[in-house]
Design a binder for this molecule. Structure first.
Ligand SMILES: NC(=O)c1ccc[n+]([C@@H]2O[C@H](COP(=O)([O-])OP(=O)(O)OC[C@H]3O[C@@H](n4cnc5c(N)ncnc54)[C@H](O)[C@@H]3O)[C@@H](O)[C@H]2O)c1
Ligand SMILES: [Zn+2]
Length: 356
């Protein structure tokens, strides 16, 4: 079992990665048992695949445990679901000492994490991510939140979990497109931080049947944990994790949630940002071609006509969130990002041609 630490003084926690670890969670948490109520927040399909088994193992170890399910879509991250679940927590007799287990992908992690951050001014929670994207990204770093009509993730908190349990075996039931989406974020880590990891990914992606998920997750988690440990609140270094995300978020909003997955949009954003990096004369042609070659191994869905005005309006919304300046992440070379504040709208629109 590998244990990776996120070092944040009193908010420090461990991320455990091991095949089959889901069966060990109740035993590993037994020393935290203190007569309190434990609540698994998940989706019904996930309860059927592995949640009910986890629930019964918690029971066997003497935990007072219950579960709450929410809808199986991005709609789970809504005020309505938030209110409904808070009411249910009270009905189940939860209080300040309650511990929440978020069992699911990024949607569940973001919602359950936000509930944990605000229920009774904050209760402990653990992340048990079940998608590749949530294993390598959303379960780590404490960003939690829900969506409102004005936009995605606009209500939320940075609230760290007390631990993260990653079981790569849970990916066996994950649909292939969801795996590809997670790989978009995995490639991002190589591109911004670890050239050697990119070389490995390039090789591994040639044989998806043998893809060593556990290794790839471990390396990705180490990179994210290191960055979050240095800059929890995204005041500096953590911004590099947004590589591919300015255009990626724009594409996600323009094409429509549910029509393109987050990690797919990020992979496309990486293609565009790398092209812009090449245009600025910083990323070499050779390294650009190499990165494009790796992303092409994902066989991303083709995007049809993208409405330029809509895309720019979403990118400008993102800009407002960043005090009016887009801090665009570009690549000096593979593994070495820089922040650039002079990427014009024209250049962004021109970069879209690489998606055709
Ligand atoms: N907090 C962060 O730092 C952060 C970072 C990136 C993304 N996000 C958020 O994450 C969300 C996307 O998360 P996601 O990509 O994990 O998608 P998701 O949570 O919607 O899961 C995708 C689908 O896969 C199903 N599923 C999950 N695990 C499964 C498994 N093991 N077997 C079979 N089916 C399974 C789910 O029920 C769902 O239908 C977005 O809301 C995004 O905003 C948050
Ligand atoms: Zn992302």
């Amino acid at each position: 079992m590998s244990e990776i630490k996120v070092n944040l003084k009193q908010n420090s926690y461990s991320i455990f990665v091991e095949k089959g670890i889901i069966n060990q969670i109740p035993r590993m948490l037994k020393d935290k048992l203190n007569g309190q109520k434990w609540i698994i927040i998940s989706q019904y399909n996930l309860m059927e695949i592995f949640g009910f088994k986890l629930l019964s193992e918690f029971n066997n170890e003497g935990f007072d445990v219950d579960y709450i399910t929410t809808v199986n879509s991005e709609n789970a991250k809504s005020m309505n679901e938030y209110n409904r679940i808070i009411t249910q927590l009270f009905e189940l007799g939860c209080d300040r000492s309650t511990v929440i287990i978020a069992l699911g992908g990024g949607v569940i992690g973001d919602l359950a994490g936000f509930i944990a951050s605000s229920f009774m001014r904050g209760v402990k929670y653990y992340q048990v991510p079940t998608t590749l994207l949530s294993m390598v990204d959303s379960s780590i770093g404490g960003k939690t939140g829900i969506n409102i009509a004005e936009g995605k993730n606009l209500i939320g908190a940075i609230y760290q979990p007390s631990g993260v349990f990653i079981d790569p075996r849970l990916l066996d039931s994950l649909p292939k497109d969801e795996v590809v989406s997670g790989l978009g974020e995995v490639i991002k880590y190589g591109a911004i931080r670890d050239r050697k990891f990119l070389d490995k990914l390039s090789e591994w992606l040639d044989n998806m049947d043998e893809f060593p998920f556990e290794k790839a997750i471990e390396i990705s988690v180490k990179i994210k944990a290191e960055i979050v440990s240095i800059d929890e609140k995204e005041l500096g270094l953590r911004k590099i994790l947004n590589f591919g995300h300015t255009i990626g978020h724009g594409l996600e909003s323009t094409i429509g949630y549910g029509k393109i997955r987050h990690g797919e949009a990020v992979a496309m954003g990486i293609l565009c940002s790398s092209w812009i990096s090449k245009k600025f004369g910083i990323l070499s042609n050779q390294e650009y071609d190499y990165l494009v070659g790796i992303i092409n191994k994902l066989n991303l869905p083709k995007v049809s006509q993208i409405n330029h005005e809509t895309l720019l309006s979403f990118i400008n919304k993102d800009k407002k969130k960043q005090n009016g300046i887009i801090q665009f992440i570009l690549l000096n070379r593979l593994g070495e990002p820089i922040i650039n504040k002079n990427v014009s709208e024209n250049l962004i629109l021109n970069s879209l041609k690489v998606l055709k």
